[in-house]
Design a protein around this ligand. Sequence first.
Ligand code: MN
Length: 493
Amino acid sequence: MKTLKDYEFWFVVGSQFLYGPEVLATVASRAEEMAASLNASGKLPCRIVYKTTVKTPEEATDTIKAANFDDKCAGVITWCHTFSPSKMWLNGLKLLQKPYCHLATQYNRSIPDKEIDMDFMNLNQAAHGDREHGFIAARLRTPRKVIAGYWQDDDVQSRLGDWMRVAAGVAFSKSLKVMRFGDNMRNVAVTEGDKVGVQEVLGWQVNTWPVGKLVEYIDAVTDAEVDALMKEYRKLYTVKTKNLDAIRYQAKEEIAMKKLLDEEGCAAYANTFEDLYGMEQLPGLASQRLMAQGYGYGAEGDWKVSAMTAIVKKMSEGQKGGTAFMEDYTYELAKGREYSLGAHMLEVCPTIAAAKPAIEVHPLGIGGKADPARLVFEGRAGKAIVISLVDMGGRLRLIVQDIECVKPIYKMPNLPVARVMWRAMPDLKKGVECWITAGGAHHTTLTYDVTAEQMHDFAAIMGIEFVHITKDTTVKSLEKELFLNDLAWKLRS
Ligand code: MN
């Protein structure tokens, strides 16, 4: 699996020949300096490479063509130190296939009161040049992120870093392979979808592998491999069961699934309790562990949530909040303390645990297999979002809701699974009404790291519908938005 460090971003600066070679040399050396300084800031997840100063239409087109075909390049960041006539950029931008950010900044923070003259004005005219540059992308309807502000400021660097994470997530999505064990759960609608359509739009290659092949891999795992993993489990988790054999079987499942995923280059998988032929337990601990290592997971054959979870995990690589496959389970509806309780049969990612998880073994009524080992813990408190991608028939809708996670208000000693409790925005009742109105699934990706703005940017780059339920959303405003979106998408297709 590629890491964020494997991607780089091209810093391409706009200018022209009007100002003479000295100005162009200054522009180039300052652009180098800015890229080096941004890389040294520690705010960016990937490296920025100053590529060139574009002065002619040919340079613009050649640079964009090269960016399109460079696998390392996850996006292009442009800026106009001077004026750069945008008809020069038109043919190139029409070809652009990589995420695009327009950094509207300038080299100097302040206007030098005493020194400023017309030479200074000609060299430092980003305010002028960036407007010309912005117009052509607006005219071409090229999706892009515009970030304005001083390049050395924390907020500008953080926003640029956030966008770079999104763009790397887009690159990851375009090459993502999802492994399916078994089909979707019988008769369930929201986990279904057009796999060819999704591959066309988001790049995902979603294919199936027989459960029997996985069973062969499980049977081939050696005792020594299991012993080594058991050591790691004891270090990371509190073992709260005498049934060590159940844990050992999950270790075998983890090793076998990881091997098969890696061999096939898959970074996400889905399985279903309806298709476990030859397996002794539904993977619980095993799936939780693989999610913690960055793999996407979806239960009941939900390959969409699996892929989204893998992408969000990639975007947030190195961040500490955590991202998990989640399911809305049940509500607390007492007045004044209304919450959702999220969990799953087994498979919640331990990266969101508030404290050291415990390995427990309990019976599982569903699936008809042996009692599976699983990690039990409480999710941490804090601001987060839940994400759901649904297939509307002919197009995809990405739904994001702001939530506030709290320490669960009950101990729930007989609940044998990991749990998270949250307040949906704008409040539980309206939040549920909005979510259901938008068609959001019961399965979600819950993340404390990736923001709604980042998911908005992801949807914009991919060209899919985006719906954000915030503290200010009303059912009425949402209904109107969905109605207008329907019209807009009919025009687009
Ligand atoms: Mn489920």
